[in-house]
Design a protein around this ligand. Structure first.
Ligand code: ZN
Length: 605
């Protein structure tokens, strides 16, 4: 239990074609941060990495529409997303981007290792050309009816309605978005990942996860094994990572498929992080020590990449699979310990859709409400194991009833009484059975909440933590220390001492969920220094987007080792001066919910 674990927290890479909405951060963002903060508080060595996913067709299409380069578009949304994720308090050790020279090199190394072991082969497929010009018609410029869901504006590479990846030739009634003509399909060569060669190894790997992974995630992953097909890892596109093979690397119209380079990001970001620390091999502790653990956080639309394709890539690179082989130059790499997938968040009964503007963007949300209020809602009422609907009315209710009336009020009334009646944390006299019982419960909550968080059961963990808040409120109401002030001041001091201990414990239990407000409570209780460190933005330098020029870009990082927060009950120190507290959370007028819904209706018109 006490031994130090190396825990990689691998967080899905947000796509840099626009600002992220609260559905996105409820899938990958907040749950992964709760997990990472809890594990750090438990004394483990956490490496939490991610970044913006910047290649591929959607970025290029949007750039074309706006008359900017894909690189300019990616630069813009990388910055927006970095600011939003910092504002949410997500404690990345490194949040970078897929356009760095480091990432290009690592993605190409994975390709090379798989190719050398025979797990990547070429196949001639049909590519589209424009009959009037004879030139290659990139996938993004072909539109047609989706063969899977019937959506009439599916793109050549993906259907935005059902989310399935497509090939242009599969589209019903394909047409060029440039001039409406019907494309002609001619032979073109692409590289394929031989997924069927991993069927047996993946089966063994996944079967061993029974009882560990969320049942819905495991069942979905095992079902995928029934239909493993070779998957294209290159695309007719000029925005992406070049193919690292003689005769291909200078072909301006062939690039690694965006999904291939994006999943390698977990590894490349760890490598980049290690370089930044001055110990370039430091990443190996999370990727090559057989005892190290890795947890991948995402929404359920990404399970296929994390439970099937990425493990297959890691196996093939490490020389595991039907054709065996030798590990590539980085050495053998660890497979995911667990794929922690969330379900979907809908909003006021509708599916989030950026293109239809049915979305609540993180930035807009945080302009009006606190990050902790959003974090609380996402964990308490988010899509952890089932699709869940976000409603403004429920957000306001939980903010007012649970954060303001339960937790905020406990902090406020306890500290104000102690500040007013004593001026400092009082000494406890003899404890009664009631005192001992409530303190025992509070101490025992660390094992209970921790057990949930270690298994990524965040909602259950938060409920358990909030139960200690309810018990503390009940204790204070029952003991009524205000009534003892004149009749039995010694007993009043003991009750206030016990109550302050309960507040301090609850602050610690809630730190992974509500880091910013826990920091405030730490200060209100007379604490000094950093309780739970928050992320910040720093400059980094690398080449970006395949240009040879060193460029400054921004990453999210943090000095989390400076945090005092430990996952344990720490006795409060009598004599610590206390001042009157300021409110922890803001009560919201219920009319706010109606205003927000109206705002949404307007935007969707
Ligand atoms: Zn479709």
């Amino acid at each position: 239990m006490s031994s130090k674990r190396h825990i990689l927290t691998a967080v899905a890479w947000p796509y840099a074609n626009g600002p992220r909405h609260i559905g996105h951060v409820s899938g990958f963002g907040v749950p992964s941060d709760v997990f990472a903060r809890f594990q750090r508080m438990s004394g483990h060595d956490v490496l939490m990495v991610s970044g913006t996913d910047e290649h591929g067709t959607p970025v290029q299409v949007l750039a074309d529409q706006e008359g900017v380069t894909p690189r300019e578009l990616a630069d813009r949304y990388n910055r927006v997303i970095v600011e939003d994720l910092v504002a949410l308090g997500l404690s990345y050790d490194l949040f970078t981007r897929t356009t760095t020279g480091n990432h290009y090199a690592v993605a190409q190394e994975l390709f090379t290792g798989l190719y050398d072991n025979g797990y990547i082969f070429t196949r001639t497929t049909k590519g589209a050309i424009s009959p009037s010009t004879g030139r290659t018609l990139p996938d993004r410029y072909i539109e047609g009816t989706c063969p899977i869901c019937g959506y009439d504006s599916a793109r050549g590479d993906q259907c935005d309605n059902c989310g399935n990846q497509l090939d242009p030739i599969d589209l019903i009634e394909p047409r060029s978005k440039v001039n409406g003509e019907v494309p002609e399909f001619v032979d073109t060569e692409h590289f394929m990942l031989d997924l069927p060669a991993f069927a047996e190894a993946l089966g063994t790997y996944l079967t061993a996860k029974s009882g560990q992974w969320r049942p819905n995630v495991l069942k979905f992953s095992l079902n995928l094994l029934d239909d493993l097909q070779p998957r294209a890892v290159t695309r007719d596109l000029n925005w992406g990572v070049p193919i690292p093979l003689e005769g291909w690397s200078d072909n301006a119209n062939k690039r690694l498929y965006v999904w291939f380079d994006a999943v390698v990001g977990y590894l490349s970001a760890a490598v980049e992080w290690a370089k930044r620390t001055g110990d370039p091999d430091a990443w190996r502790r999370w990727w090559q020590d057989p005892q190290a653990e890795s947890y991948y956080f995402m929404g359920k639309d990404n399970i296929v990449f994390h439970a099937e394709i990425w493990p297959a890539m890691l196996m093939g690179y490490s020389g595991i699979g039907d054709r065996d082989g030798d590990p590539g130059s980085l050495g053998a790499l660890n497979l995911p310990t667990e794929v922690v997938s969330s379900e979907f968040l809908t909003m006021e009964g509708r599916k989030f859709s950026s293109s239809r503007r049915v979305a609540i963007y993180v930035r807009d949300f945080l302009e009006r409400y606190s990050a902790d209020a959003l974090r609380y809602y996402i964990i308490a009422a988010g899509p952890e194991t089932q699709d869940t609907d976000f409603t403004w009315a429920e957000f306001v209710r939980r903010n007012n009833d649970e954060l303001v009336a339960a937790w905020g009020n406990l902090v406020n009334r306890t500290i104000s009484m102690a500040a007013k009646y004593v001026g400092e944390i009082p000494e406890a006299g003899d404890l009664t059975d009631d005192d001992r019982r409530v303190l025992d419960h509070s101490r025992a909550a660390f094992a209970a909440v921790g057990g949930h968080l270690d298994r990524s059961r965040f909602k259950a963990g938060l409920q358990e933590a909030m139960r200690t808040v309810a018990e503390a409120n009940k204790y204070i109401s029952d003991q009524a220390p205000w009534a003892l002030r004149k009749t039995d001041p010694d007993r009043m001091r003991t009750v206030l001492h016990v109550a302050l201990q309960l507040v301090d414990d609850a602050k610690t239990l809630l730190t992974p969920f509500l880091p910013a407000s826990s920091n405030k409570v730490h200060a209100m209780l007379g604490g000094t220094g950093v309780w739970s460190a928050m992320p910040h933005v720093e400059d980094a330098v690398d080449t970006i987007g395949g240009s040879g020029e060193p460029t400054t870009y921004q990453v999210i990082t943090g000095d989390y080792a400076a945090s005092q927060a430990r996952w344990e009950s720490v006795p409060v120190r009598p004599g610590t001066p206390l001042a009157a507290p300021t409110p922890l959370f803001t009560k919201l007028d219920p009319a706010v919910a109606d205003e927000e819904v109206a705002r949404l209706e307007d935007a969707a018109k």
